[in-house]
Design a binder for this molecule. Structure first.
Ligand SMILES: [Zn+2]
Length: 885
């Protein structure tokens, strides 16, 4: 590994490049061990920088340099230096010049899956953030934008398909050989991280899209031969995304072709390379018998996400990697809006908030906390975080809430108009929003610079004499590493007041102004909002639609929360009320010396009855009703406890409440199970998927009773399943049951799906997530299974990822066996795929909230890790997690 420097880089040190590269011509001859890359770069001194004959320093990693010429003249080794991941040419002209480099790299040996590598015989690339330097020497930074022409050459039999960015311009055979070539040209200037190239024996699934202005775009999805019958959903999702972006944001596609390639070895979900998206095949391939409803939803949203990047990321890109949220936060926000418009806004919001709270809140509260725009990093690969993505999306959503849908759209239009073809900053984005709205957004910028989840405390007091209701709001932003003191944020707080009969009360502020949409703007550390003409004590509904990414505390009593569960007209808050009620019982039940009776007693019974009422309410969407039957997860409960967490107590409390609910409303659950049975062939539409979700959630609670007749029902559910959704739901439920039916079902599933990697991942994942006293041993058995490989990221995530994130009671086993298992595996993976290892090690982020024995175990494993020779990626995570970085 050539990365030797572990010094942090700082946003404040940003300097524009000394040189610009305007044109790139690449000629790539694919071969497994030595791919030859001839690059011809048109370079000029940056007119905005006093370059004054400075040396030209290009990035390069794991390359073999064969030759170098400048304006056609060969350079001798004395003219340049190759060292520490860079190529320095000591003297270059002070005018535009052409640099030609001839290098080779080894795709077969590329186990980092960054740069050019082979995935099951297919050549593919991953260049974000710094993979292009593993293909050729370059100014590998996002503010160097060039126009690319790429010629690819390969053996015709091994790689009949040759793809790159942009439009195809030529292809043909190379006479007298068994080789052929293809040439691609991308007219849009782009940074090197958006470069892509693919060569392989792939099957094409073609289609077509006609843009709003009537241009025809050829769409193709490329997959392993034999998998063409699993592309229909991805293609349909792509076409709907293209239409939606035209209608909602006025963004039209700009090339003649749009290609998607699915590969099986991929570190991430997918990559938005201009005109040539490369996907983890998990997020493309779907057929009713192999993919669940959840898979269908993920495919739809990730296809949309990568497509939307064409404007937010590709046409307007980031100046530097500190601005990553500029493209990711905004594009996640756009894909969430797409899913909300396509399916149900409330269900989408609930899903997004669940992810935010379970992934981002712990990050914000732990040693790895960083602002949405981090001020420094050691390894940029470690900053593809929930904070940058999910909180980044919330920041965009708050802007839309403050400016209104139309105002936000205008701001985005202005942003594209001003910056098309540029590499820009968060300030440029927020300035466009400020300019269209005439608002001062200086205070709002703190969302990008201050880490930590603001804590918003709200209390409502009613004055019967004056007929006023006073809402007192205070905000505290907790200290985070490197940021002890915080300034107050601008927090959009959506509220409503509900009368005793369940009606919404009109809101009028003390000065007589009506409050449109119930939107308050909190700007001070403490603020009071007074509403007048309130005839009787109301129940407040606060933070409607989760209008800001904050932790809310209120002075509501259980009766008021129960009232909101039944009457809140804001669907998100109605669901949130049920979650809050359950969370309060669960945290009490799981607290040290806690009261387990609370989760089995009268209040639990009241919760169960309220859930029964909502889940039976046929005026509500089925997918929405299903959300009520899913209790807060163990990690959610741990997060709310926030200290001295005993993960076994959390698990115990949650299991007890599930059992109680199952027993209490067994009749309703049985009814829901029976009434929502599928009839006819599988369809992934939201209504059908919602029915399956209600049915499977009801089954889960019924089996939680432990009753043998319910276990038998689950067994039948597995046996009669006609699609993967039901099949895997039943298998997951049975995997928690300590009875022979468990092994029978698992064996059956394996026998049926052992040759289907993506389905087999589910078999691995279900077992790694099943909580039992022998989970660690089960996971060890899975790791030595002949079908397991540490080299395939999807399988690693299925086993190790599911265990560390989906089985908290086993991962946090008091003897530290779970921690040791993760450390051992991460060390091994770190040797060949550091990004992957560092990601897994992130699971230690919440070790400080645990009770002392587990804390000590985790700390000693972390200290042992820190004492080893790790990659830069893992080193950064481990030392920061320990708090010694
Ligand atoms: Zn993205």
């Amino acid at each position: 590994m050539q990365k030797s420097d572990r010094k942090p880089k700082f946003l404040k040190d940003y300097a524009p490049p000394d040189y610009l590269i305007e044109e790139v011509a690449l000629d790539v001859a694919l071969a497994p061990k030595a791919a030859r890359v001839a690059s011809k770069l048109r370079i000029r001194p940056n007119p905005k920088v006093a370059t004054g004959g400075k040396p030209l320093v290009l990035d390069g990693e794991d390359l073999t340099l064969e030759s170098l010429t400048l304006d056609g003249k060969a350079l001798s080794p004395g003219d340049y230096e190759v060292k520490d991941g860079s190529l320095t040419i000591k003297r270059v002209p002070a005018r535009p010049f052409t640099l030609e480099a001839f290098t080779t790299c080894d795709p077969e040996a590329n186990t980092e899956l960054s740069g050019l590598y082979l995935s099951r015989g297919t050549y593919c690339t991953q260049c974000e953030p710094e993979g292009f330097r593993r293909i050729t020497y370059f100014l590998d930074r996002p503010d160097v934008l060039a126009v690319y022409t790429v010629r690819i050459e390969a053996e015709r039999d091994a790689a009949p398909v040759l793809l790159s960015n942009g439009n195809p311009v030529a292809r043909g055979d190379i006479p007298g050989t068994n080789r052929h070539f293809a040439t691609w040209h991308d007219p849009f200037p782009k940074p090197s991280y958006l470069f892509a190239l693919v060569g392989g024996n792939l099957a094409a699934v073609p289609d077509e899209f006609v843009t709003a202005s009537g241009r025809k775009v050829a769409l193709t999805i490329y997959v392993e031969p034999g998998k063409q019958d699993r592309c229909a959903w991805a293609m349909e999702s792509l076409k709907r995304s293209m239409r939606w972006d035209e209608e909602r944001f006025g963004r039209e596609y700009d090339l003649d072709v749009f290609n998607i390639v699915a590969v099986s070895d991929f570190n991430m979900g997918a990559m938005e390379n201009k005109g040539l998206n490369i996907f983890n095949d998990k997020l493309v391939l779907a057929r009713p018998d192999t993919a669940s409803d959840g898979d269908y939803v993920s495919i739809e949203s990730v296809i949309a996400h990568e497509y939307f990047h064409n404007w937010t990321g590709d046409r307007v890109t980031c100046r530097d990697w500190f601005q990553l949220c500029l493209k990711e936060g905004l594009t996640v926000f756009r894909d969430q809006e797409f899913t909300g418009d396509t399916r149900s806004g409330a269900v989408e919001r609930i899903g997004a908030v669940r992810i935010l709270k379970s992934n981002q809140f712990p990050e914000d509260a732990g040693p790895l906390a960083h602002p949405v725009r981090p001020p420094s990093f050691i390894e940029i690969n470690n900053f593809y975080t929930a904070t940058v993505y999910e909180k980044g999306a919330e920041v965009c959503r708050m802007l839309q809430t403050l400016l209104g849908r139309e105002g936000f759209r205008k701001g985005l239009d202005l942003y594209f108009e001003r910056h098309d073809g540029e590499a820009v900053t968060v300030e440029d984005f927020v300035d466009a929003m400020a300019d269209v709205s005439g608002r001062d957004l200086k205070q709002f910028m703190r969302w990008y610079t201050q880490a930590g989840t603001p804590e918003l405390a709200c209390s409502l007091d009613y004055d019967a004499h004056a007929k006023t209701a006073r809402l007192t709001v205070s905000q505290i932003i907790p200290p985070t590493p490197g940021q002890a003191k915080k300034e107050p944020m601008l927090i959009p707080l959506k509220v409503g007041l509900i009368g005793a009969n369940g009606d919404e009360l009109p809101l009028t502020l003390a000065d007589g102004t009506p409050l449109v949409d119930g939107l308050l703007e909190v700007t001070e550390r403490e603020q009071v909002f007074e509403f007048r003409d309130i005839p009787a004590p109301p129940t407040p509904s606060l933070l409607r639609n989760f209008s800001a990414p904050v932790r809310l505390s209120t002075n509501l009593d259980p009766g008021q929360i129960e009232f909101l569960m039944a009457h809140d007209s804001d669907p998100f808050n109605r669901w949130q009320a049920a979650q809050t009620y359950a969370t309060n019982l669960l945290t009490d039940g799981a607290r040290d010396g806690g009261n387990i009776e609370r989760v089995t007693g009268k209040e639990a019974a009241r919760l169960a009855q309220a859930l029964a009422v909502t889940s039976r309410d046929s005026s509500l969407l089925t997918a929405y009703r299903a959300e009520f039957l899913k209790l807060p997860g163990e990690a959610d409960i741990a997060r709310e406890l926030s200290r001295n967490v005993d993960t076994d107590a959390v698990h115990g409390a949650r299991e007890a409440l599930r059992k109680k609910i199952g027993e209490e409303i067994r009749e309703t659950l049985t009814e829901l199970y029976e009434a929502n049975a599928d009839s006819g062939p599988y369809s992934p539409d939201p209504e059908s998927a919602g029915r399956r979700a209600v049915r499977n959630a009801a089954l889960d609670l019924l089996v939680a009773t432990g009753d043998t007749s319910e276990i038998a029902r689950a067994e039948r559910h597995y046996r009669d399943a006609t699609n993967m959704t039901d099949s895997i739901a039943a298998l997951a439920i049975l995997s928690h049951v300590q009875a022979p039916v468990r092994d029978k079902a698992l064996d059956h599933f394996y026998a049926r799906w052992q040759d289907e990697p993506l389905v087999l991942d589910k078999w691995f994942a279900v077992q790694a997530r099943a909580a039992s006293s022998s989970s660690v041993e089960t996971v060890r058995t899975l790791l030595s299974h002949p079908k397991f490989s540490l080299k395939n990221p999807n399988r690693v995530r299925a086993v190790i990822g599911s265990f560390i994130h989906g089985n908290p009671t086993a991962f946090n086993r008091p003897d530290g066996a779970g921690y040791r298992l993760l450390a051992e595996q991460a060390i091994e993976i770190d040797g060949f795929n550091p990004h992957m290892a560092a990601r897994l090690l992130g699971a230690f982020e919440s070790w400080r909230i645990l009770e002392p024995i587990r804390q000590a175990r985790a700390k000693s494993v972390l200290q042992d890790l820190a004492a080893r020779t790790l990659s830069t990626d893992s080193y950064e995570i481990v030392t920061k997690t320990l708090g010694e970085g």
